[in-house]
Design a protein around this ligand. Structure first.
Ligand SMILES: C[S@@+](CC[C@H](N)C(=O)[O-])C[C@H]1O[C@@H](n2cnc3c(N)ncnc32)[C@H](O)[C@@H]1O
Length: 185
């Protein structure tokens, strides 16, 4: 999808996209940097958009790994489905249904969750529900990472994940924070 088309689609659905720009290459690299791709076999991406982070994940992924990509926007899903990679499963549904789709694929825990869903556009309850679910399905030693443009939700993360670390990404519009957690073993 062209950059202009991405912006138009994002503006049209601003309440669900939460931003009008894609994550920069630096932000994508930061988001994927906490996953151990040598060992990760089941990986989840939340809020994939038209796939800017997805490509980084697929490039780093093991040949036997699978990527479950959640996205609610129809146009973005169409673009994601054009990615020719048998390891990718595009799920056009909300991150709230994460556990259901994993179960359908015979999975109870995953090695990594990489997310750009716009929690600031969600109710506090929905944010808590999705983050609690992420913590539940993440394996011990697995990695969770999420991009944000402010730290207003830091307390919520701490409540769910305990200690949460932050990586600042200056080269992004706007500059961003990647919140991440490597789950205790
Ligand atoms: C900020 S954009 C991120 C796009 C891309 N991953 C990036 O980093 O540039 C957020 C994406 O989350 C999607 N989204 C919003 N609510 C969602 C939900 N409940 N479940 C899954 N995806 C959702 C939006 O449609 C949008 O594509």
């Amino acid at each position: 999808m062209s950059y202009i088309s991405f912006i138009k689609e994002s503006v049209r659905h601003l309440r669900t996209t939460g931003t009008i720009t894609r994550s920069s290459q630096e932000a994508c690299k930061a988001l994927v940097s906490f996953t151990d791709f040598d060992t990760a076999r089941d990986i989840v991406e939340l809020g994939a958009g038209d796939g800017v982070v997805t490509h980084h994940i697929l490039k780093a992924m093991h040949p036997d790994a699978r990527l479950f990509c959640f996205e609610v926007n129809d146009q973005f899903c169409q673009h994601l489905r054009e990615i020719d990679d048998p390891r990718l499963l595009v799920i056009q549904d909300s991150a709230e249904k994460l556990e259901y789709y994993l179960e359908q694929n015979g999975i109870s825990k995953v090695d990594s969750i990489i997310s750009a869903i716009p929690f600031v556009a969600f109710s506090k309850e929905m944010t808590m529900d999705i983050l609690t679910l992420c913590n539940k399905v993440l394996k011990s030693g697995g990695a969770f990472s999420q991009i944000h443009y402010s730290l207003v939700l830091k307390k919520v993360y701490k409540k769910i994940f305990g200690d949460i670390k932050i990586k600042f990404v200056l080269r992004n519009i706007p500059p961003a924070f990647v919140l991440y957690k490597i789950k205790d073993k």
